[in-house]
Design a protein around this ligand. Structure first.
Ligand code: SF4
Length: 354
């Protein structure tokens, strides 16, 4: 999840009755979980509930998206909010001057060039626009964000000005108990973990889901892996919000952040016959201790694997990792058995690739 440029907002149209809030301190967010009791009651009001192993995330998501408290399509204010977005992020004097002068202009001794393709990708524009719509639809309600809607300080500052605020974090845990029934909660473009959705649903709030459909596509993929009893090998960063969300929809999973880690895993699968980079089971478990699902066993759970990715990882690297894992499974189980041991789906978004 990303955008290709960050802009300074030079000309803006403000909603007049929205005052600038006090500055807030943002903390680094870590994955977290608390147990919920068998009857679904959350044992801590200060964090999201983690769901039991047999919790059907797919079914929950399916039901949630059809509930009356859920919206992912906006509220019929698309045209005006898009116009506002354009005014705020695209219509600065600098951008205008650059466009009028062949995407290059010199101010004093500084020459500025504007890329021909710039600005928000489709998914980010959609997410921000729906958040703007939420403010228009719910002018007086408290509106929360479960995370930065996108990683762009200008946009996030603007949402703060509109009194769309992030759920506060204490000791690495989101304080969901600040959210009251009737509040509105916006899920960001890179989605939210199923535990958070479950918690919000329990609190009976209005959920406005801006998750990019490309990210939802990855969730569908890991759900297919789970259904077929394949372990999802997710190319991503284990502490990135999008990957945390994706992992929450997976069954068994292992997260690899680059080709070197994927090579280590494949070497382990082949008993050290790829490049000798792997060693013992203990070393494997230590290396990936933050990056696999509960109860994961590399000696058992790497017999059937599927590939998925964090959408902002480099497309070429995900493809290379997919090919490496496929070759590895062919080598170990035979070409004729590859479909039993390997699943690949194209879940790569092209928007951030170069
Ligand atoms: S998945 Fe692609 S289109 Fe969607 S928000 Fe991320 S970069 Fe943009």
């Amino acid at each position: 999840m990303a955008i290709s440029m960050q802009f300074s907002r030079l000309t803006t149209t403000r909603t007049p009755d929205l005052a600038l809030p006090e500055p807030r301190i943002f903390q680094f967010r870590k994955p977290f979980s608390v147990r919920c009791s068998g009857d679904g009651a959350v044992s801590s009001s200060s964090a999201s509930a983690s769901v039991e192993n047999d919790f059907d995330a797919k079914k929950f998501r399916h039901n949630l998206t059809r509930s009356k408290n859920y919206n992912r399509k906006g509220f019929g204010h698309k045209e005006e909010t898009l116009e506002l977005l354009n005014q705020e992020y695209q219509a600065s004097d600098i951008i205008k001057t650059l466009k009028e002068n062949g995407y290059e202009y010199t101010w004093g001794n500084v020459t500025v060039r504007l890329a021909e393709a710039y600005g928000f990708c489709w998914g980010v524009e959609r997410a921000v626009q729906i958040a703007y719509e939420a403010r228009k639809q719910f002018p007086t309600e408290k509106i929360w964000l479960t995370n930065e809607i996108i990683h762009n300080p200008t946009v996030n500052k603007r949402l703060e000005e509109m009194k769309i605020e992030e759920v506060p974090i204490e000791n690495g845990q989101k304080q969901f108990d600040v959210i009251n029934q009737g509040d509105v909660v916006v899920l960001p473009a890179f989605g939210a973990a199923v535990e958070e959705m479950y918690t919000l649903n329990q609190r009976n709030v209005q959920i406005v889901d801006t998750t990019c459909p490309w990210v939802s596509k990855v969730w569908n993929t890991v759900e297919k892996h789970k259904k077929g009893d394949y372990t999802s090998i997710i190319h991503g960063k284990h502490n990135h919000e999008e990957t945390i969300a994706t992992a929450s929809f997976a069954g068994k999973y292992l997260i690899v952040k680059n080709m070197a880690e994927a090579t280590y895993v494949c070497d382990y699968i082949l008993g050290g016959k790829l490049d000798g980079s792997s060693s013992t089971r203990e070393a494997f478990m230590e290396k990936f201790k933050f990056a696999f699902s509960e109860g994961f066993d590399p000696d058992v759970d790497l017999e059937k694997v599927g590939i998925a990715n964090q959408t902002t990882m480099l497309k070429g690297e995900t493809e290379e990792i997919g090919k490496l894992v496929e070759r590895t499974m062919m080598q170990k189980y035979g070409v004729e058995n590859i479909n039993t041991h390997f699943l690949s789906f194209n879940t790569i978004c092209d928007a951030t690739q170069v």
